[in-house]
Design a protein around this ligand. Structure first.
Ligand SMILES: NC(=O)c1ccc[n+]([C@@H]2O[C@H](COP(=O)([O-])OP(=O)(O)OC[C@H]3O[C@@H](n4cnc5c(N)ncnc54)[C@H](OP(=O)(O)O)[C@@H]3O)[C@@H](O)[C@H]2O)c1
Length: 184
C-alpha cells in the first residue's frame, strides 16, 4: 500500500451547494465577477502544471457520459469510470469498474497512484465520504445561487468532522475551500 496516496474529491458548486442544474447547462460555471483582493486567476500554464500532478481520475458513469458530450478534460491521465453498464469505450486511458468501492480504492488505486482525484458526480462523492474513502474535499464555490438542481453531498447520513486546510479567493470571484477529512 502506498501510504502517501490520497483521494481528493474535487467539484464546483453554487453558493447553495448545487453542482448541476436540472437542465444540465454548465454556463453557470463561467463567471464575469471581479474580486480585486483575490489572487490572480489560474493561468492556462499553471493549470496544466497542476493537472500533471494528478495521477488518476475516478468518476461515475453519468459524469463520464457528460464529459464525453461536453469535451474530455482529463487528457491521457488514467481514468476509472464506475458503471454497471457497458459504456462507450474509445479512450485508452479509460477503464471501467463495477463493485466494491473500498476494494477499488485500497487494492487497486492506492497501491498504484499517489494523487487520486474523484471528479464527480454527486452520488459517487457521497459514497466516498460515507465509506471514508476520501482524504480531502476541494470545492470551488462559484459566485451564483442556482436555486435548484443536484446537491453536493445531500443526506450523507452520518456526521463527518473536517479540518479546513486552505481557503483561496480568486480575482474572478471563485472561492476554493479545501478540507481534510478527519479520521479520529
Ligand atoms: N459541478 C461539478 O464540479 C461537477 C462535476 C462532476 C459532475 N457534475 C454533475 O453531477 C451530475 C452527475 O452526478 P450523479 O450523482 O448523477 O452521477 P455520477 O456520480 O456521475 O454517476 C453515478 C453512477 O455511477 C455508477 N456507480 C456508482 N457506484 C458504483 C459502483 N460501486 N459500481 C458500479 N457503478 C457505480 C452508477 O452507474 P450505472 O448507472 O451506469 O451503473 C451510478 O448510476 C451531472 O449532472 C454532472 O453535471 C458536476
Amino acid at each position: 500500500m502506498n501510504t502517501s496516496a490520497r483521494v481528493t474529491i474535487h467539484m464546483a458548486a453554487s453558493l447553495d451547494f448545487f453542482i448541476a442544474k436540472k437542465d444540465g447547462s454548465v454556463s453557470w460555471m463561467e463567471t464575469s465577477d471581479r474580486y480585486e483582493k483575490g489572487v490572480d486567476d489560474v493561468t492556462a500554464e499553471a493549470a496544466e502544471e497542476f493537472l500533471r500532478g494528478i495521477d488518476c481520475y475516478v468518476m461515475g458513469s453519468r459524469t463520464y457520459e457528460l464529459a464525453l458530450k461536453l469535451g474530455w478534460l482529463y487528457g491521457d491521465t488514467p481514468t476509472i469510470v464506475l458503471s454497471h453498464r457497458a459504456l462507450q469505450d474509445d479512450r485508452n486511458s479509460v477503464s471501467f469498474y463495477s463493485g466494491d468501492l473500498s476494494r477499488l480504492v485500497n487494492e487497486q488505486l492506492k497501491p498504484r497512484y499517489r494523487n487520486i482525484w474523484l471528479v464527480g458526480g454527486a452520488s459517487l462523492a457521497k459514497e466516498f465520504v460515507r465509506l471514508k474513502l476520501a482524504d480531502d474535499i476541494r470545492i470551488m464555490i462559484m459566485p451564483i445561487i442556482l436555486g435548484d438542481g443536484t446537491l453536493f453531498m445531500a443526506h450523507v447520513g452520518q456526521e463527518q468532522p473536517l479540518h479546513l486546510k486552505d481557503v483561496t479567493a480568486y480575482k474572478n470571484g471563485l472561492v476554493e475551500l479545501w478540507y481534510e477529512i478527519r479520521r479520529e
